[in-house]
Design a protein around this ligand. Sequence first.
Ligand code: CAA
Length: 248
Amino acid sequence: MSKRVALVTGGSGGIGTEVCRQLAAAGYLVVTTCLDPEREDIAGWQSALEADGLAVDWIQCDVADFESCQGMAETMLARHGRVDVLVNAAGITRDAFIHKMAKHNWDSVISTNLTSAFNVTRQFIDGMREQGYGRIINISSVNGQSGQFGQTNYSAAKAGLHGFSMALAKEGARKGITANTVSPGYVDTAMTAAIPAEVREQIVAQVPAGRMGRPDEIARVVVFLAAEESAYINGANVPVNGALFTSF
Ligand code: CAA
């Protein structure tokens, strides 16, 4: 069989890059979506991975926009034929207490972090059903499980993402399709670097592990869930948070 094909949204981000790197190293042909090739320096991203012998491609797409996702899917299928693994990793923060939150910052977080999962999955679900195989992995957050100051938008979107996984898991179970969530804690990326330093230090002080997570610690869980052998793990939410939030 030819290489399995993986599509990772937000693949040039902190966690996304490591997901792409590890999937490619595990033998997948990996494609990422990219909103703004120049701002994200996607050419530099691609050459850095290719320099390490990893096969990666990218397609421009606004995951918050359904029509843009339709166009991306046409390109994806024309170039690579199918999608076996879909990782919905695109995400943004627009933190503010709700009494200060602008409506557009609610809308942009919900559409980029949650509606995007529908917009992208909808494009490839028929193909996965036809081929009788699919691995869908949604990147949520500890803050979708526990809530966080300044994140009514983000926490709502990330909690919603696991609801999406659970329903999708039931729909796909007899078609060889699994859907799972990975919920990272505070991981050392540009997103957490943007938290005011004092607040970030307070948060990290509350992490029982005593440190932030690393992107590779998230990516290894994604690769595990993406494997053919993980067929019976379906509808799960895997926390990777240094024990910041535990639940039964
Ligand atoms: N824990 C306890 N108290 C907190 C708090 C927290 N995490 N965050 C804010 N507060 C308290 C402040 O101490 C302050 O208290 P006082 O009024 O008694 O002094 C009060 O809330 C107001 O805080 P600010 O002065 O900071 O208010 P602000 O309006 O300027 O900003 C904020 C509020 C946007 C929430 C800001 O504090 C902030 O950015 N916090 C970080 C939010 C966060 O954790 N974001 C995660 C981003 S990374 C991510 O999302 C990745 C992931 O998946 C984990």
